[in-house]
Design a protein around this ligand. Structure first.
Ligand code: HXC
Length: 279
């Protein structure tokens, strides 16, 4: 879809970059000529991902162990990343989530998710923003949110609270930092299957089947469809998009929202029987 040097010379930091969608983003960036620094909590996972991509694209990936819930560690890692060379963009991909009845979760469970999704994302964005502003360099922040950042969702309440805050941060800082050459956008993906998300969010076959099949397009997303959107928003080609959230979900959230969407249950015969006959 893109010229092969779309991201040539650009350098990005990806949180939660060792596995799942973060790992795919790292590979896509390298395939398009860019380089990445990954951060995450598991050293072995980061090392294996970096080795795999470096084997394909020759030394474009570095990594740092980091729990983004720790603001001092965030500042130290962002300093270390900048010592390797300034960044062009930050991808706030790391998240925490689980499916639970909200009245059963402890305050530690609430904190575990909100501290990753909201606080960790804010610490990363602040640390990079301060560097870009001090260096008078342009910056690009892309945050992965969800459609329930604006609809809310039962059974994932800490995540919904955190993602709504990340969207508010994106829209607020787009205006505050836009004049400094820093733009901020978000992507709200629908169901793009990864082992981690599926284990945590649709742990039974029944749940997974419903999530996959209720989509208006009748399928889950192809990873490449999401990666192409990520690449576009990271590139200078999207330079006038600032403060927006792009939904890529096959129409999933609208399917749950439209007042008469439930009429999908009618058969063709039933439609005929309620349609006035033409004269
Ligand atoms: C209830 C739970 C729970 C569950 C953990 N807890 N899992 N409570 N139901 N399923 C509680 C624990 O009992 C504990 O509380 C507290 O949460 C902290 O748990 P720890 O395991 O000690 O914390 P930690 O190791 O920091 O793990 C954080 C985590 C974990 C968020 C709970 O799931 C994690 O690390 N996730 C990272 C990756 C991730 O979640 N990815 C999914 C992103 S998918 P007590 O009181 O017992 O001490 C996503 C996309 C959504 O966000 C949109 C899809 C379209």
């Amino acid at each position: 879809m893109f010229v092969s040097d779309l991201l040539a010379g650009k350098r990005f930091l990806i949180t939660g970059g060792g596995s799942g969608l973060g790992k795919m983003m790292a590979r896509k960036i390298c395939q398009l000529g860019g380089s990445v620094s990954l951060c995450g909590r598991r050293e072995q996972v980061l090392q294996e991902t970096a080795d795999g991509i470096n084997g394909e694209f020759a030394n474009r990936v570095t990594w740092h162990r980091l729990d983004i819930r720790d603001p001092e560690a965030v500042d130290a890692v962002v300093d270390a990343v900048w010592d390797e060379g300034p960044l062009d963009g930050l991808i706030n991909n790391a998240a925490g989530n689980f499916l639970a009845r909200t009245e059963t979760i402890s305050h530690r469970a609430m904190d575990a998710v909100v501290n990753i999704v909201l606080h960790g994302t804010a610490y990363m964005t602040l640390a990079c923003g301060k560097k870009w502003i001090a260096d008078k360099r342009p910056g690009n922040v892309l945050s992965i949110v969800t459609t329930y950042a604006w609809t809310g969702s039962a059974y994932v309440v800490p995540s919904a609270m955190g993602k709504a805050a990340v969207l508010a941060m994106t829209r607020s800082l787009a205006v505050e930092w836009g004049p400094k050459g820093i733009r901020l956008n978000a992507i709200a993906p629908g169901p793009f299957p990864t082992e981690g998300a599926w284990q945590r969010l649709v742990p039974t076959k029944k749940l997974a089947d419903v999530w996959e099949q209720r989509n208006p397009l009748g399928r889950t997303g192809e990873h490449d469809e999401l990666m192409n959107l990520v690449a576009y928003l990271l590139s200078d080609q999207s330079g006038y998009i600032n403060g927006d959230v792009v939904t890529i979900d096959g129409g999933e959230w609208l399917a749950g929202a439209g007042q008469f969407n439930f009429a999908k249950m009618l058969s063709d015969d039933e439609w005929e029987s309620i349609t006035p006959t033409k004269k």
